[in-house]
Every structure is written in structure tokens, then in C-alpha cells.
Design a protein around this ligand. Sequence first.
Ligand code: CUA
Length: 358
Amino acid sequence: MSHAPRSDASGRAPAMFDTTSRLVAIVIGIVAVVAGLVVGINNPILSRSTSIEGASIDQLFSLTLGIATVVFVIVQGFLLYAIVRFGRRPDDDTDGPPVRGDTRLEFLWTAIPAIVVFFVGFMSYQVLVDIEQPQDDALVVEVKGFQFAWEFYYPEQDLTATEMHVPVDRQVHLKMRSTDVIHSFWVPDMRIKKDVMPDRVTETYITGTETGAYPIVCTELCGAGHAVMRSQIIVQSDADFRAWVASQQTTSAQAAAAATDPALAGRQLFNNSGCNACHALADARAVGALGPALDGYAAVAPDRVAGQSAEAYTLESIVKPNAHIVEGYPANLMPQDYGLRLAEEDLTKLVTYLLEMK
Ligand code: CUA
């Protein structure tokens, strides 16, 4: 920009709506629209989504991002122009012109954002209604969130899993509930995120479009183990999904038959109750690091508290975790309701199992 004098020969400041300003407005407008189209169409921020719902959400996001880019370029463009053209010159100590506002301008910069916000709100509503449209053949999965793990129950197949398997291209209807505090179920690759609460069932829908494994993340701070409250959703072909269901049903049949096998029962309890999220244990392939590692536990348990048996010590440590805090680990980290969550016989099985860990 040339350093044109701020005032003309008669001493007046340049007019805000003269030819130069109109020309600049047209240029800024064109640049803004082109930038908005480029950013909106190419969306440089998101990776590709892997669900039908995610595709709709991404389209909405791209539209919003395009509109935001247009607004950004217009606002910043006029700001720069105003600084350069109407800014104070180094040798100019006179007062600025007494501007009283401009009704046309104020009407425009109120009406246009109102229309834009209404439009984006309407589009968002449309997308929400669209992606939450239940289909007849949807697969129902009941999601249970608790400190600090996820559990998935398939009512039609009557099986429980700690990873969610779903067939590709089929809508999955999630009914979610927490057994303690508020969690939030999030599958970033599929753009699905919804709170999981203790006092109500929240529902959402996912239709995977590509086979693969995608992380499930808890995205509501729910306690010290929040960061490890993860699982995954495995999208597979219909045949693979059926095979998985069959294998799980065999496993649960085996588990029923193997009620006599305490090691198997204990390992399942350990992994299904969320112990594995915080405690490392080779036998259960658990690698949690928030609580004490439990390999070789049987060797140390008997000497922890004088006069207390290893069984009593272990049970107390599960149902009243603050009673005996192992040095180097914080109190109040482990949930204190395992005495309510697990049946008495399951607690006994878990204690027996842990005391087998020589
Ligand atoms: Cu559950 Cu964070």
C-alpha cells in the first residue's frame, strides 16, 4: 500500500464508502467466497470417517467450516483495510472524524449472522434427525460404562464382551448406561459421541462402512482411570461377525461348564470387571499400571498385615480398597463399590484366583 495522505487537500478524512472502499469490498468478498469454497470442499482438518453417520456429520462440518472461512476472511480483510487506510499517520495529531454509527451497516451485520446461525442450526437439526433414524434390522448392543471400562451386551445373541464387534454396513443401535458416574462414549473415527449416565439410558446409532478396528474412548473425566477407559469397535464382514458370535457363545458355554475351573472363572472376572484396566497380571494379559502389579501376588499377600490371612487381606483390598494402600500408590483411585458390583461367590473366585498368582 502506498502511504496516501490520510486527509485530502481540504483537510477531510477519506470517506468510508468512496470508490476505493467499494472496490476493496468487492475484492475481499470474492477472496472470501473462493477461500470458503476451497476450505469447505477440501476440509483439511478431518481424516475420512468410517461410518454413514460420520459422513453426514463431516458434510455438515465442511459446510460450517466453509461459512466460517468466509466470515473470517471478510472480518480480517476489512480490519486490515481499515488499519492501513484509516489508521493514524505518524505526523497526524488531529482528532478523528466524529462517527455516530451507520444504521444500514448495523442492520446488515445483525441480520446476516442471524440468518447464517439459523441456517447452520437448521442443517444440524436435519443431520441429527437423519442419523438417528432407526432401521428395522439394527443390531442392538447395550453399552455399560463403569470406572474404568466398557462392557457390551448383545441381547439377541445373549453374550457379553469387552470389545464391540459389529457387522459392516449394518446399523448398530446402542443403548448406553453407566453404573457409577458420568462417562462419555466416543468413537473418533466414526464421529459418534454421547454421554453415558447413571440415571438414564442414552441411545445412539453407528453404521460402520469399512472393516477394521477403531478406538472407543471415554471422553468425560470420570476419575483417575479416565485415560485408560478405552476399548475398540471391530467392524467385520457379516460372516466374520457370525463366527465371532458363535465363538463367544462357545466361550460362555465353556465358562458355564468350567465353573469347576477356578483359574478360568477368575481370569474372566478379572478382565470383565475392569481390574485389568489398572493392574498388570501376566496370566490375564493385563498391562494396567495405575495400581500395584499382581504377578507374584500370592507370595506377598500373607505378610501384608500381621494377623490377617491372605484371603481376608485380599477380599478387604477389593471391597475396601482404601483399607490397605500399597506404598507408592494413591488412595481413592480404585472404585470402592466392588462389594456391590460383584456377587459374593464371584468375590471368592477372584480372591482364590489372585492367590494362585505365585
Ligand atoms: Cu469414563 Cu472417563
